[in-house]
Design a protein around this ligand. Structure first.
Ligand code: BGC
Ligand code: CA
Length: 389
């Protein structure tokens, strides 16, 4: 069944870094409770549970008919989301809207460009960089000729992208690319995946081995690299499975990083002037049903928003405590990455993939591969950084 429950679910998790884990789950969702839902319950509790189940069924039906008959241009679903505050649970109205209905094979790496109010993102397997104009609703695209893992703005104009194993400069106006650096020369089957620029203008980007099927890769072939303005490449990590989401804390002293197959979100101490990483630890481990951690962004409060591939959701985590603060459900399972944008950075843009869905999944998820805008989260993001080289 479609996961219409997650928006009402608040989950608290303890920090996992040293293996100690006490899960305290609090949920308003009848389905998430233990098996045999009616067994041995007194009448009032049973009535209460029946009520919640009917409510969930009603929400699902509403969602299904909206997306099926209204088409992808309309709001896909409007749902409530709970967020934990010091004083208890505060309800806010979260809306999920499909903004780019064109289906990407693997939509990824959204970046908000403030000057033009555009959203830059890639279709990795579709081998394209897209730029969606939120004002005119137009999309411009550049073909990359090979798989493209990320594209980020460049201070001197145009973009820098990870194409195959090359980091290239992209001239948008002429639609041409020029190689700046190559990584993993000894691993011809590898390719660049997610990449992001730190507040100093340094690019960090990772690689992964050959992927037989979505999320099935040759293990430990990837690395994490940085590229500085003088085009020096430094390898920071090796034996990575799928190098994925990355971002920095507000004070720039922590680097958050995802190697998807580890099922964790990790943190490193980050020395901003040199880019050195140290003291790796786990800040969050994904639970059964949450899928694989993929792309992520850090909001202005320093909290993480992690897109969960095969999880159909974005989870919001406080990295200081390991507590999951909010979950946003999307009408597609392969949610891949997210970034904040919009005039005041309060909209969360979420990309998705369609590659790897079977026919029946494609029918159930007509919006797979689309890009979504989530509003009403009550938080702000931060502007993206541009590569200084
Ligand atoms: C990669 C995909 C992979 C997915 C799930 C994405 O970042 O580009 O190839 O299947 O993550 O881990
Ligand atoms: Ca990714």
């Amino acid at each position: 069944m479609f996961r219409c429950d997650k928006n009402t679910q608040t989950r608290r998790r303890s920090q996992m870094s040293r293996g100690s884990q006490t899960d305290r789950k609090r949920s308003t969702n009848a389905f998430s409770e233990s098996a045999g839902w009616g067994a041995g319950l007194p009448g009032r509790q049973l009535l209460h549970k029946t009520f919640w189940i009917l409510l969930e069924v009603n929400r699902y039906t509403e969602y299904y008919f909206r997306t099926k008959y209204c088409g992808p241009e309309v709001t896909a679903t409007a749902a409530e989301s709970s967020s934990v505050t010091g004083s208890g649970v505060m309800m806010s109205s979260v809306k999920v809207e499909c903004v780019v209905k064109e289906s990407a094979l693997i939509g990824e790496g959204p970046v908000w460009e403030e000057s033009e109010q555009t959203l830059l993102f890639v279709d990795i397997a579709g081998q394209k960089i897209h730029r969606w104009n939120s004002t005119t609703n137009e999309i411009q695209s550049v073909e990359t000729g090979h798989m493209v893992g990320f594209a980020v703005p460049r201070r001197s104009g145009g973009y820098v992208a990870g194409v195959g194993r090359s980091i290239v400069a992209v001239d948008w106006s002429t639609q041409t690319m020029r190689s700046l650096a190559e990584v993993d020369q000894d691993k011809p089957n590898n390719r660049l995946n997610d990449g992001k620029v730190d507040p100093n203008g340094r690019l960090l980007a990772g690689t992964m081995g050959m992927e037989e099927r979505p999320a099935e890769v040759q293990r430990q072939q990837g690395s994490l690299f940085s590229l500085t303005s003088d085009l020096t490449v430094t390898r920071h990590l090796s034996q990575v499975d799928i190098s994925n989401g990355l971002d920095w804390s507000v004070d720039q002293r922590t680097f958050f990083y995802i190697d998807s197959l580890s099922l964790t979100v990790d943190a490193f101490d980050y020395d901003s002037p040199t880019g050195q990483l140290g003291n790796r630890r786990v800040v969050y481990r994904l639970q059964e049903g949450e899928g694989l951690p993929d792309g992520m962004t850090v909001d202005a409060n320093g909290h993480l928003w992690v897109a969960c591939y095969n999880g159909g959701r974005v989870i919001n985590i406080d990295p200081a405590t390991g507590v999951q603060l909010q979950t946003v459900s999307l009408p597609v399972m392969k949610t891949t990455s997210c970034c904040f944008g919009g005039p005041d950075y309060t909209d969360l843009y979420v990309t998705s993939a369609s590659l790897g869905l079977n026919q029946s999944e494609q029918r159930q998820q007509p919006l797979a591969g689309a890009t979504f805008k989530v509003t009403g989260l009550g938080v702000k993001g931060r502007p993206s950084n541009s590569f200084s080289g």
